[in-house]
Each structure stands twice: as structure tokens, then as C-alpha cells.
Design a protein around this ligand. Structure first.
Ligand SMILES: Cc1cc2nc3c(=O)[nH]c(=O)nc-3n(C[C@H](O)[C@H](O)[C@H](O)COP(=O)(O)O)c2cc1C
Length: 377
């Protein structure tokens, strides 16, 4: 069983969202401010709907810490919903093509698709972002940093290949579409405006990078411990994500092997062996290879359209137009923050599986000794 596990509960308009994160070492000083900062980042982004103005999420830590420090017991997190009204919301009987509405009511034998969409909604990711923010604080203790940013939105592609991680972080953080390329940013905003005026929605692609990741997280031995696969699963589990790439991803399939693989060069004094590129996105054999982790996820356009598509009324069986709920036009910038969080959770889980440790001091000792032992290369 993995050392780090978590559960989330809560509906979009229920009283609150709840998370339990189990397996953290004792002695991690947790900043609630940093968790709230990530919750805020998740709520930003050009193209979001009205709810983002109501929410302004803040976390409460109910268990697992004493005087701001973890004590090894399960961490219990709570975020209150400011528009708690689940019991008085009208029923939804016109399932939206592309949402969980129709399949959910059939599977769970419900008459009202609201019973489905309340949990299918990406509001659920609020808690995953809070848990991810905790994991990011653990990873930061080991020098592992993450950034999530938008590389494509609708038809617009960003050019960020020549930028350093620092530049990407700084520029995307202040961008309304979380994009580091200023030219593309403007075109993305225009594309969102166009989609909005047409009653339509837009998807896109975000990238998550992690630096400071040691060689050897994950496994080439056990299929269910392959870390690239676990990260792909975590990203695919985010609402509306329909594809994941690691490193070159699908582009690798179009190239010859000599144009894909990262050659191995001798180490420089005191360092690790070097690589010519990072086309592998930091993974070989299901394990991190010491290069930065680079993964991308494709998000489909959101399914609640202001000009709804055809559907069938659950009560009458007649053709209607899909339900119109308060909705985003585009949520790719927010998805990049969620992607950052779920990748952080998987990295933290892999770190704890490899290095163990009931206390942060023990974890750090194990980590440092291992990193040192790898330097012989
Ligand atoms: C950050 C974020 C915000 C979202 N906002 C909306 C929205 O406002 N309207 C909508 O129809 N879908 C939205 N979605 C997508 C739906 O939650 C998702 O399409 C639905 O749950 C069905 O799941 P699937 O697309 O993974 O199959 C959002 C997804 C994310 C990640």
C-alpha cells in the first residue's frame, strides 16, 4: 500500500468540500497562506464564469497539525462553499452532451441530473488543489518545484521552448490566461472573446514541469508503480482532460529514434551524467531520470454551451436543447493549476514510497544520502 493516500468528498453546492490526506511525515511546517494562494490561482483565468467571483476559497485545517506543524496523523482539510444551496436548486432534466449528466442518471438510477453534476463538476478539484498545495510544500523541502502553464488554447499555440523555467513561471503567473508567451496570450484572449460572443466554449493544452526531481522515482519493475503512468492517470482524472503527453509525446511517434532519444554525455565535475535534450520529459522505464519532468494534458471545450446542443428531456423523452447552467467559456488556465496539484500529489507519493520517513528529518536524511550516492556517476 502506498504511504500517501487521499480522499475527497463534497458537492459543488453542498455545505463544503472535505479532504483527508494520510501518510505525511511529522515535522512539516504547513503554510495555510500557500494553500489559499493555490486555491486563489485555481479560481483565476480569463473566460471563467460568475461563480469565481462568489467563491474566494479558503482552507481550514481540522486535523493532523499542532501549532502549524504536521504530527504524522491524517490531515483533514475543509473548504466551505459560499453558495451552499444544493437542496433548493431546480432539477436538471435536459442532459448536456459531453457532461456526465445522462450517463450518471442512468447508472445511479436518478431522475434529476443535478444529483450527478453536483459531484461531476470541477468544483471537486478545489480539494485536490488544496491537497496538492500541501504536497508542494513537502516537495519544496527537498528542492522539488513545479509550474503549470497554458501552451495552447483553441487554435492558438504558445512558443515557450526557448524560455527558462523561471521565465515561464514569472510570465505565466501574471498572465490572465496563464500563458508565458505574450503574443499568444493576446490571441488566446481574443479567441475566448469570440467563443463567448458565439455562445461557444474552448479547450486547450497545459504543461506541467517539475524541477529538482531525483533520478529513480517510480519503477521499471511494477506496472502500477510506473510514475509516468500514475501521473497520466492523475491528469486524465481531471474533468475534461482527454489526452496526456510525456515529453515529446505524440510527436515522438512521427520521428526516427535518433531524433527522439536523449543522448547520454559524461558527467561534469561533481555532477550527474548529462543529456543532450529532454525529449523523454524526465522519464525512462517508468522512472524519473533526473531531468525535469515535463507532461502536457489536452482539455476538451466545456460542454455547457450558451447556445445548447440537441438533447432529450429525461421526463418526456422529447428532443430539447441541453440545459444551460452558469458556466465557464474556457477553464484551461485553471486546469493548469489543477494539473500542477495532481502532479505534485503523485510526485510526493513516489518520494514517500522511495524514501519513507515518519518524520521530515528522516525523509530528508534518506533523500540526501540517496542523492549523494547517485553522484558517483
Ligand atoms: C477547472 C475546470 C472548470 C470547468 N468548468 C466547467 C464549466 O463551467 N462548465 C462545463 O460544462 N464543464 C466544466 N468543466 C468540465 C466538466 O466538469 C467535465 O467536462 C464533466 O465533468 C464531464 O467529464 P469529462 O469531460 O471528463 O468526461 C470544467 C473542468 C475544469 C477542469
Amino acid at each position: 500500500m502506498p504511504q500517501l493516500r487521499y480522499f475527497t468528498a463534497g458537492e459543488s453546492h453542498g455545505p463544503c468540500l472535505i479532504g483527508i490526506l494520510e501518510g505525511l511525515p511529522a515535522g512539516l511546517v504547513l503554510s495555510v497562506e500557500k494553500i489559499n494562494q493555490d486555491l486563489w490561482r485555481r479560481q483565476q483565468g480569463y473566460g471563467r464564469g460568475g461563480r469565481m467571483k462568489i467563491e474566494s476559497d479558503t482552507v481550514e485545517i481540522l486535523a493532523g497539525i499542532r501549532r502549524g506543524e504536521t504530527i504524522g496523523s491524517p490531515l483533514a482539510l475543509l473548504v466551505r462553499n459560499k453558495d451552499h444551496k444544493i437542496d433548493v436548486l431546480p432539477p436538471v432534466t435536459k442532459p448536456r452532451p459531453g457532461h456526465a449528466d445522462l450517463t450518471g442518471v442512468l447508472k445511479y438510477n436518478r431522475q434529476d441530473a443535478r444529483d450527478i453534476l453536483e459531484r461531476a463538476s470541477a468544483r471537486e478539484t478545489t480539494m485536490r488543489v488544496a491537497i496538492g498545495a500541501v504536497c508542494k510544500q513537502l516537495l519544496a523541502e527537498l528542492g522539488i518545484e513545479l509550474v503549470g502553464h497554458v501552451v495552447a488554447l483553441g487554435p492558438v499555440r504558445a512558443q515557450t521552448e526557448a524560455m527558462t523555467l523561471q521565465q515561464i513561471r514569472e510570465r505565466s503567473e501574471t498572465s490572465p490566461v496563464r500563458c508565458a508567451d505574450a503574443q499568444a496570450e493576446q490571441e488566446m484572449i481574443e479567441a475566448i472573446d469570440r467563443a463567448k460572443s458565439e455562445g461557444d466554449t474552448l479547450g486547450g493544452v497545459f504543461e506541467v514541469m517539475a524541477t529538482g526531481v531525483p533520478v529513480g522515482l517510480g519503477s521499471h519493475v511494477h506496472w502500477d508503480r510506473k510514475l509516468d503512468a500514475n501521473i497520466a492517470r492523475a491528469l486524465m482524472s481531471v474533468q475534461a482532460i482527454k489526452g496526456v503527453e510525456v515529453g515529446l509525446g505524440f510527436e515522438a511517434a512521427r520521428r526516427n529514434g535518433s531524433q527522439v532519444h536523449d543522448e547520454i554525455l559524461p558527467a561534469e565535475e561533481g555532477g550527474m551524467v548529462r543529456r543532450t535534450h529532454n525529449h523523454a520529459g524526465g522519464f525512462e522505464g517508468g522512472m524519473t531520470n533526473g531531468q525535469p519532468v515535463v507532461v502536457r494534458a489536452a482539455m476538451k471545450p466545456l460542454s455547457t454551451l450558451m447556445k445548447p446542443m440537441r438533447s432529450v428531456d429525461l421526463q418526456t423523452g422529447e428532443e430539447v436543447r441541453g440545459a444551460v447552467e452558469r458556466s465557464d467559456v474556457c477553464a484551461v488556465p485553471a486546469a493548469a493549476v489543477i494539473g500542477e496539484a495532481v502532479v505534485a500529489i503523485e510526485l510526493a507519493a513516489a518520494v514517500l514510497d522511495k524514501f519513507g520517513g515518519d518524520s521530515l528529518a528522516e525523509l530528508k536524511r534518506n533523500f540526501a544520502a540517496y542523492v549523494e550516492s547517485c553522484r558517483r556517476w
